[in-house]
Design a binder for this molecule. Structure first.
Ligand code: PCA
Length: 199
């Protein structure tokens, strides 16, 4: 087993709502075990369930003590990769319109601890469309991003944590067939460039 800081943690999400295939699940599985920038990628697929997502991330942080964390999620309808700048202390519940704090006494927001502009530039330089985007929404992607940054702030300050929203993949089933999609190989190129940039 690799020692502390020899691993980079890459998370993806499973299916949710009408999205029966999630490109981030496919890429987290595919890249698991690969070497990037001298480190081994540990790819982890999270369920789209409040609490179960962060429990798995916290367990992986304790087990692997990674050098960096890159979390992925699907942003259906996005034409390019979004490198998220902010995680906010709000979570949308199943009851439409209801938003509750993720951590009752937590800060209103955390900034990504990896540089979103630099990560977006690295993805674009690798040939994949991307931009730095303001925030990751109020659903599970924001939840895992906020909780990971909250955990890291007290336990491993300075650990780079980034979040990347991916568009649909052309090869996978899409809930909205008219929405933009990129080839899976291009999404993989973008994620690999982001991993190199966050480590
Ligand atoms: N996308 C959702 C949750 C899981 C995923 O892949 C989001 O943007 O919050």
């Amino acid at each position: 087993m690799d020692g502390p800081a020899e691993v980079v943690l890459l998370t993806g999400f499973g299916p949710f709502g009408p999205h029966r295939q999630n490109p981030t699940e496919v890429l987290a599985r595919e890249l698991d075990g690969q070497r990037v920038a001298g480190r081994r990628v540990v790819g982890l697929v999270l369920p789209v369930v409040y609490g179960e997502d962060t429990a798995l991330v916290e367990e992986a942080l304790a087990t692997w003590q990674p050098a960096a964390v890159l979390a992925l999620g699907l942003a259906a309808g996005s034409p390019d990769l979004r490198v998220e700048r902010l995680a906010v202390n709000l979570s949308m519940t199943e009851q439409a319109g209801e938003e509750l704090p993720i951590v009752a006494d937590g800060p209103a927001a955390y900034l990504a601890s990896s540089d979103p502009i630099a990560v977006a530039a690295a993805i674009v330089a690798a040939g994949c469309p991307a931009h730095a985007h303001t925030f990751a929404g109020t659903y599970l992607c924001n939840h895992v991003f906020y909780q990971t940054l909250h955990h890291v702030a007290s336990r491993s300050p300075g650990l780079p944590v980034g979040f990347l929203h991916l568009p649909y993949a052309q090869e996978l089933e899409r809930a909205d067939p008219a929405a933009p999609a990129l080839p899976l190989a291009l999404l993989r190129t973008g994620v690999l460039a982001a991993l190199r940039a966050v480590v």
